[in-house]
Design a protein around this ligand. Structure first.
Ligand SMILES: CCCCCCCCCCCCCCCCC(=O)SCCNC(=O)CCNC(=O)[C@H](O)C(C)(C)COP(=O)(O)OP(=O)(O)OC[C@H]1O[C@@H](n2cnc3c(N)ncnc32)[C@H](O)[C@@H]1OP(=O)(O)O
Ligand code: UBL
Length: 272
């Protein structure tokens, strides 16, 4: 009986292996499927721990989530080279902005995430089963991207509570995933938030994944991601009239850094 199950297991594994070798699409789907499975199972295991240790929805749960997610990279052969972590050493609140390429970014996020830092996420993530539950427990701020008014109201509320709760807030200013090797134009929400709360903006840039990850080409191999935490940009004394300039300045610095980290300075000229 047990031998029968073993043979079945070995047969299924062999079949998957052959399919992966034969078809890049199957290979890609299985690797992404495995990533999602890790997220779902990791969340299911981490959620009770979060509840037992911290009792409910709080940013403190991010430490637990981070511990689990930091193990994922070993399954996929993804390596991180991080520079500039000292730029996070700012007492109290700040807005952290970074580029967003894929759902794989959660690995890069957890690799560098400072303590007491919540993220802004789309509200649809709340309904992603156990992943939604863990994101809720981690204190993620949910916004409705389809309603500018309500998103702005949530962000204004966050600006008020940031100082009181001494939390940093991580925003993906592109507002959506973008795996083209370039940046999308930045939305201004993060920068309004920084100016309203009069807190610094800390840009974080991840090198382009395109050499090892490209859903359009069914590419997902092992690879290295360079991460750089840039020096904080102060916003003390800035008003809402300065938000556009602040956004532009941040965009330009991050775009230059993205091309430098990805080793493709010419791309900057080609696409501008
Ligand atoms: C244990 C195992 C676990 C495994 C799982 C691991 C889980 C790990 C947990 C971590 C979870 C992380 C979750 C990450 C989720 C990532 C995302 O979901 S990204 C998508 C959502 N995020 C964003 O969209 C943020 C960026 N967007 C913005 O900041 C936007 O500006 C906006 C606030 C959403 C509004 O967007 P939109 O409606 O498109 O409007 P705009 O064009 O941006 O603005 C219109 C107009 O309004 C002005 N404005 C914007 N914000 C403000 C404001 N706060 N106050 C005043 N005015 C504002 C803006 O300037 C525009 O006016 P202008 O005249 O054109 O300048
Ligand atoms: C009962 C329902 C069950 C549903 C189960 C769904 C399981 C989902 C499984 C794994 C998902 C792992 C993803 C980790 C979190 C990723 C966060 C993220 O990267 O969100 C994307 C968002 O930033 C931008 O979205 P769009 O690019 O605009 O789109």
């Amino acid at each position: 009986m047990e031998l029968g199950w073993l043979l079945w297991g070995a047969g299924v594994l062999l079949l998957l292996h052959v399919l992966m070798e034969l078809s890049p699409a199957v290979n890609f789907a299985l690797r992404i499927g495995f990533y999602c499975l890790l997220c779902v199972v990791g969340s299911a295991l981490a959620a009770p721990v979060c509840l037992l240790v911290n009792g409910g929805r709080t940013v403190k749960n991010m430490r637990i989530i981070k511990t689990v997610v930091k193990t994922f990279k070993y399954f996929f052969g993804v390596r991180f080279e991080v520079k500039g972590l000292e730029n996070f050493e700012i007492e109290g609140p700040a807005i952290i902005v970074s580029n967003h390429q894929s759902i794989l970014d959660m690995m890069g996020l957890m690799e560098v995430l400072p303590d007491d830092c919540v993220q802004v996420g789309k509200k649809e993530l709340m309904y992603a089963g156990t992943v939604g539950l863990i994101i809720y427990l981690g204190g993620v701020i949910f916004i409705n991207r389809k309603s500018t008014t309500s998103a702005k109201m949530v962000m204004a509320e966050v600006a008020k509570t940031m100082a009181a709760d001494k939390v940093k807030v991580w925003v993906y200013p592109e507002g959506t995933r973008n795996c083209t090797g370039d940046l999308l134009p930045f939305k201004k929400g993060a920068f309004h938030l920084a100016v309203q709360a009069q807190v610094p903006v800390i840009p974080v840039v991840y090198s382009s994944f395109t050499t090892f990850y490209n859903p359009k080409k069914n590419l997902f191999t092992s690879g290295k991601i360079k991460v750089e935490v840039l020096p904080a940009i102060e916003t003390k004394g800035l008003t809402s009239g300065d938000v556009s300039d602040l956004t532009d300045r941040c965009f330009r610095t991050m775009r230059e850094t993205l091309f430098r980290l990805s080793g493709c300075p010419s791309e900057a000229k080609d696409s501008s």
